[in-house]
Design a binder for this molecule. Sequence first.
Ligand code: SF4
Length: 272
Amino acid sequence: MNYLDYLRTDKFPHFWCSGCGNGIVLCAIARAFEELDLTLENTVVVTGIGCWGKADDYVRTNSFHGTHGRALAFATGIKLANPSLNVVVLMGDGDGITIGGNHFIHAARRNVDVTAILVNNFNYGMTGGQYSGTTPEERITTTSRYGHIEEGFDICAVAKAAGARYVARASTENPQQLKNLIRDGIKKQGFACIEAISPCPTHFGRNNGMRSPAALMRWVNENSVTPAQAVAMSEEELAGKLVMGLICDRPGEDYSTKYQHVIEKAQSEVKK
Ligand code: SF4
């Protein structure tokens, strides 16, 4: 399979704005599928709501378009019903970590064997650029015209603290790194979270003096550090920085495997 075989190119051009990073993330996912030689039949893409939630329109794998913030709940059910499936969950920051924050924390804690790809553009793009749970403090959005007064979530820090087995971050400016991290996250048995930093020039960029995607990516680059650089930095120096790359990769039996042990124990009790 070629990466284009995973995409419904007959549906193009996609509906995303010019300069939006969503298309780059979708391409990175298709290329990761190609490298892993995934079959269409054994792969399910689950989405929530929002600009990125439209991505299931453009894949040829099985797909499920869920409700706002609940994509991980549907994905958990799909994985438990058929653990042999590759379940890839696509969520935005508003969908996945804000409205769906509770589902996110508990899917990571349970170690459900799904790959969550969170596209973070720091605001609710589809509904007009309101602030989300990742909007940085002091940034302007349509609901924080004088500067946001809350601190934004660090998605990867939340995922790691909640127990995710594989946590990584890349930006759309480095699609090769993004593709590699997505590929390794899918290979990982257990909950994998890959955060993709992606520009929303239409709202977040325009509201914050970075109208062009290039200006947005410059801002991301200026605030990015590698995991090796982060180790040498103090907490104050790291404030507001984005650590790009693999952040954690740890072992642990996934939820479906443990659940299978429970089924076997129960069945042996019945036989006694
Ligand atoms: Fe992308 Fe923002 Fe346009 Fe949505 S509103 S498609 S996130 S640029």
